[in-house]
Ligand binder design. Sequence first.
Ligand SMILES: *Cc1c(COP(=O)(O)O)cnc(C)c1O
Length: 369
Amino acid sequence: MDEKLITVTSPLLPSLDDFLPYLQDIWDRKWLTNNGHYHQELEKALCEYLKVPYISLFTNGTLPLMCALQALRITGEVITTPFSFVATTHSLWWNGIKPVFVDIDPDTCNIDPAKVEAAITPRTTAIMPVHVYGKPCDTERIQEIADKYGLKVIYDAAHAFGVEVDGRSILEAGDMSTLSFHATKVYNTIEGGALVCHDEKVKRRIDYLKNFGFAGETTIVAPGINGKMDEIRSAYGLLNLKRVDGAIAARRRVAMRYREALRNVPGIRVMEDMPGVRHNYSYFPVFVDAEKYGMTRDELYFKLKGENVLGRRYFYPLISEFSTYRGLDSARMENLPVATRVADSVVCLPMYHSLTEGEIEKVLINIAL
Ligand SMILES: *Cc1c(COP(=O)(O)O)cnc(C)c1O
């Protein structure tokens, strides 16, 4: 078999010719990190693109989760979803917070607001939902619950770069939202991330936290951490930002093609666009009903692999099944029937801006029997 491997993702890269002058400029400036020229430029450009007032860049998408919890002084218990990337729950553990898992909505794969209220205890201080696959959570309902019980809301928006609802950024929801700019995401700075907040004073505090807690040459206001993004990746990020709309449009075309071919395949469910939402097409999950499809999810996954098509069982296993968390009361499978079923039936298909027509056909031929 000399056929090329079709990977599940492929990074969006700026052109090297465009990047070299930026590198030359960074060499000339001799300012490599600590809120440098390109760092400031990228924060400004991202605020504009994402339609948010305040953004703090980070060196990855996990540290903003950890710093959001520190900034808001979250303690005790936090209600979250088991259907996410492990970093969501790890950020709680690193802050000594007990995660409380609740089940998800089968249609959106996001935390089910109806389950959140029942999980609140006197120790609950916050809710940490995830906009899974970039599909917006029911932010209104979640905010109602948070307001009623006096809870903070931190959204893990790692998948939701550029997602808008009725023309407004999804990042406006809650007290804070975090982004990941990892190489595998819709928009990347190789490694990188950001924390979005709605208040200048809060941003200042976040900026202290990501720089060891320094509020001045000799003043430390918190046990901060080092989460700073450097100049090289900030410059790279500025260039990639110019390409991201094109990449999202290309992803959209792939999604349309996949849906058209798979929508009516018995036993395969695809996710459709939601009304009023600007989607980013960050992932293309399909859900396999083994009985109707005649093949289990794993059988399909390995069949694709045998044909050099790499899908990804994302998210499987559930976070609640990992050794760190499976002893928790809320991690019991009986508490998470929908998430368990979804995790056992999902496979994400190759999805990126540069997938060719031939590659799309090859993926589809192996699924639409
Ligand atoms: C990618 C991702 C993260 C972590 O981001 P990194 O930049 O890899 O640290 C957090 N949460 C979710 C849901 C993710 O997909």
